[in-house]
Structure formats: C-alpha cells, structure tokens
Write a protein that binds this ligand. Sequence first.
Ligand SMILES: Cc1cc2nc3c(=O)[nH]c(=O)nc-3n(C[C@H](O)[C@H](O)[C@H](O)COP(=O)(O)O)c2cc1C
Length: 212
Amino acid sequence: MNILLINSSPKRHQSCTYILAQTIIQQLSKQSTVEVIETDATKLPHLDSDYSTTLCSPGVMCDESVGSLSLSNQLISDLDKADLVIIASPMHNFSLPSGLKSWVDHVVRAGRTFKITSTGKQGLLNDKPVYVLVSSGGSFSGKDAYQPDFFTPYMTEVMATVGLNNIQFFTIEGTAANPEAVREQIEARQNQVKYHLENVLISQKRTVDASY
Ligand SMILES: Cc1cc2nc3c(=O)[nH]c(=O)nc-3n(C[C@H](O)[C@H](O)[C@H](O)COP(=O)(O)O)c2cc1C
C-alpha cells in the first residue's frame, strides 16, 4: 500500500497530528506492506509566474521541467500513485496553514486533476481514502465551538474537485488547554483511528473485493 503523508505543521514531527498520522501508518502496517512518501508542506514555495500563465492562458506553453510546473507534476504524481492519503495539519486563522494551501494550489490543476465541464468542475483522480487530521488551539466543532471553521468545508470541497470524495476528518481541538487534557485527547483519537481502520476501512475493502 502506498501512503502519501502531507505534514503541514511547523512543529514537524512534534506536532500532535503527525503523531496521530504515525498511528494510522502503524495500524495499516499490521495489515499490509506500506510504503510512505512524506511531503513537508511547510517547505513548499509559492507558485511562480510560468505556472500561473500556463493555467490562466490556454494555448500558452511553458517549460514544465523547472519551477512550479515541475513541482506540481511531481506532487500530482505522488497523489495519483497513493492508495491512501494522510494530511496532518494545524488550523491557522480558522483555515489552512499557507504550506498546505500551496500544496493544494500545486495539485488542484485544470486539465490534470480536474476538468471544466458545462456543469462544473469534474475530478480526474481515482477516488481513495483521505484522512485529514486537524489540530487547533481552541474549539471549532461541537457544542464548545466558539470560532468559524473554514478548514474542514474547504478541504472537503477542494478534494472533491479532484475526485477525492472519501474524506474522513479526525480533530484534536483545544490544544491551548493543559498538556494532560491534550495527551488524553490524542490517546482518544488514536483509539478512534484504530477502531476506524479495523472496522470501517477493512469492511469497505471487503465490499470492493466482493464486487469483482
Ligand atoms: C499562525 C497561527 C494561527 C493559528 N490560528 C488558530 C485558529 O484560528 N484557531 C485555533 O483554534 N488555533 C489556532 N492556532 C493554534 C494551532 O492551531 C494549535 O496550536 C495547533 O494545535 C497546532 O497544531 P500542531 O501541533 O499540529 O502544529 C494558530 C496557531 C498559529 C501558529
């Protein structure tokens, strides 16, 4: 199984969503041989001029072997080859951190990962499970929510644009609280993730296998 892990926390391997991502990988490793490609989204650059020209001016061709076009080709290839995607991210200002937004801008590409039809944008990638692990200093969901959430609706919409509709969110909220409460929440999510992978993902796979 090829796993693509996008990590967009400036805390890198110390981030709580990265820890949760490792739980998913360990759990899947028990079921099959896994190969992980890890992208550090905090290191991704902004888009360059050739990329913008190619996307916005049909007919104009730019050199795809350099710059953002080359990086986009690589990131799309990684996404395409993956059997399962994990996105580990903090919430920044109610939304995506800029590194993750840069990854989105490199992979959501007209003519490559979606096409424009008379009824709207249509995804071109094969569907696959996408696990989005989000952490936030405060609460943005449930009864304790006190701030808007542009992260989860945006990720749902933008992944669907490229054909990825099988998206599952796991959140670790309120990390600004005391460390013990955060540890407990990470543990709770780890158990939730294990349960999900043992029950939901495997039963989905059985249904797919049985349909052949
Ligand atoms: C620039 C910046 C913006 C942030 N914006 C929010 C926010 O809008 N809402 C929130 O609840 N927490 C916000 N936080 C807090 C982080 O989401 C929180 O610390 C998170 O747990 C970090 O996750 P990580 O350990 O995966 O990096 C922000 C943090 C930073 C550095």
